[in-house]
Design a protein around this ligand. Structure first.
Ligand SMILES: Nc1ncnc2c1ncn2[C@@H]1O[C@H](COP(=O)(O)OP(=O)(O)OP(=O)(O)O)[C@@H](O)[C@H]1O
Ligand SMILES: [Mg+2]
Length: 409
């Protein structure tokens, strides 16, 4: 097994399309790294450059410390699992799994042993004699995984391997893949556009946008400390609410005004995020996760303050209730939010005549709020996120992770 290192990797297709820009990413030996981002952001291209299926225009790819730019795909010792797992319909599961080994003239007894072992790992033992058409979608995907496993590669490269399965099966196979990868300990790069899949599978998650790496971090860190607006809006469901606000007050008592309403921020806010001090008196982008808002009726003490609005839509999810409402704050329209809206298939309306931003709060199911009701929404202001309105960079401090680009200049 081996780590995989990409250093300043770029890709320009022959027609001039730039698909990947200056991608530097190290995947440790045995690590499960997920590459996530909207359609067209360059995930497949990056993976294919590692696999040797696509020329590397710029930079270097190393596998196990060996630069492989000029090493043909078959000699890179990696196994790729695709979304479409073309199985040979006339071959049994056993022969499908062992096919690559037969091609390479591996002795029959050895193939049998390796296929048996892979089948045990994958729960396919009793299906080895069957033809693919008698298998379920999930079983077929496992056969495709089996092919990769018997090769005992230095790394698995998976490109949306579950996207052809229905939602329930996908969740099941997701758990399987995680278990198999853990058991085998093979370095894995897994591509998906599904942020939930990314969060649940990855030891670390790398978020890409338009060919560029935005952030790479363990899932929880990505969620808690997104480096910029794009990562903030992309990771999490329902997405983080983003709205324009103005910081005021002083370092001891910072205040935030959004849509004519005022929230007070904890005194420690500026100690935790020193860079925020230079934003006092200025507009910022404020991010608030749905779960950091609660029906004020259910909150005993409120330190940060609350927003008032009208419940426009109430969705009971059982475990919680999603309450949609609007505030009179300007909608955040940046290149990042446009990209997020495009990915979500929604429209950014541009700057509206009267400012209005739609928000979603995740209330406790004990809430009695109904559609059309006036609602007071308590905001946990200690958990707000702040971003530079021009660069979209997260505002922290000059030392911490996610330092704003303004500070680095
Ligand atoms: N052979 C090619 N020639 C020219 N441009 C290409 C080629 N393959 C991909 N592209 C372009 O490169 C960019 C990145 O494509 P890529 O397939 O790597 O994205 P992706 O992140 O895998 O997207 P998806 O989630 O849709 O699979 C896109 O703009 C795409 O149109
Ligand atoms: Mg792709």
């Amino acid at each position: 097994m081996a780590g995989v290192d990409l250093t300043n990797v770029g890709k320009v297709y022959p027609d001039g399309t730039r698909a990947v820009t200056d991608l530097t990413l190290g995947v440790a030996d045995g690590e499960f790294l997920v590459l996530v981002g909207p359609s067209g952001c360059g995930k497949t291209t990056a993976l294919r450059m590692v696999a040797g299926l696509e020329d590397i225009s710029e930079g270097e790819v190393a596998i196990g410390g060996r630069v492989v730019n000029r090493v043909p795909a078959r000699d890179r010792d990696v196994a790729m699992v695709f979304q479409s797992y073309a199985l040979y319909p006339h071959l049994s599961v056993r022969d499908n799994i062992g096919f690559g080994l037969s091609l390479r003239k591996v002795p029959k007894a050895e193939i049998r042993e390796k296929v048996d072992r892979a089948a045990r790992i994958l729960g396919l033992t009793e299906h080895l004699g069957r033809k693919p058409r008698h298998l379920s979608g999930g079983q077929r995907q496992r056969v495709a995984m089996g092919r990769a496993i018997v090769r005992e590669p230095q790394a698995f490269l998976m490109d949306e391997p579950l996207s052809n399965l229905d939602a329930k099966l996908r969740v099941q196979m997701r758990a399987e893949i995680a278990r198999i990868q853990r058991d085998l300990g093979v370095t894995t790069i897994y591509v998906t556009h599904d942020q939930t899949e990314a969060m649940t599978l990855g030891d670390r998650v790398a978020v890409m946008k338009k060919g560029e790496l935005q952030q790479v971090a363990p899932p929880q860190e990505l969620y808690d400390r997104p480096a910029n607006l794009f990562v903030a809006g992309f990771i999490g469901s329902p997405a983080m609410n983003l709205l324009q606000g103005t910081l005021s007050g002083d370092a001891g008592h910072p205040l935030l005004e959004v849509g004519g309403q005022r929230l007070s921020l904890p005194a420690g806010t500026l100690t935790e995020r020193p860079a925020l001090a230079s934003y006092l008196g200025r507009d910022v982008v404020v991010g608030v996760r749905p779960e950091d808002m609660e029906d004020a009726e259910l909150v005993e003490t409120s330190e940060g303050g609350a927003l008032t609005s009208t419940a426009e839509l109430v969705e009971a999810m059982g475990s919680d209730v999603l309450v949609h409402f609007a505030v009179e704050a300007a909608q955040v329209v940046t290149e990042d939010t446009r990209e997020l809206a495009r990915d979500a298939g929604t429209d950014v309306l541009g700057r509206l005549e009267s400012p209005r931003t739609d928000l979603v709060a995740r209330f406790n199911p004990r809430t009695r709020v109904k559609v059309g009701d006036p609602v007071t929404i308590n905001v946990d202001t200690g958990r707000l996120h702040f971003f530079d309105i021009d660069t979209g960079a997260s505002i922290w401090g000059s030392d911490g992770a996610g330092a704003s680009r303004r500070d680095e200049e």
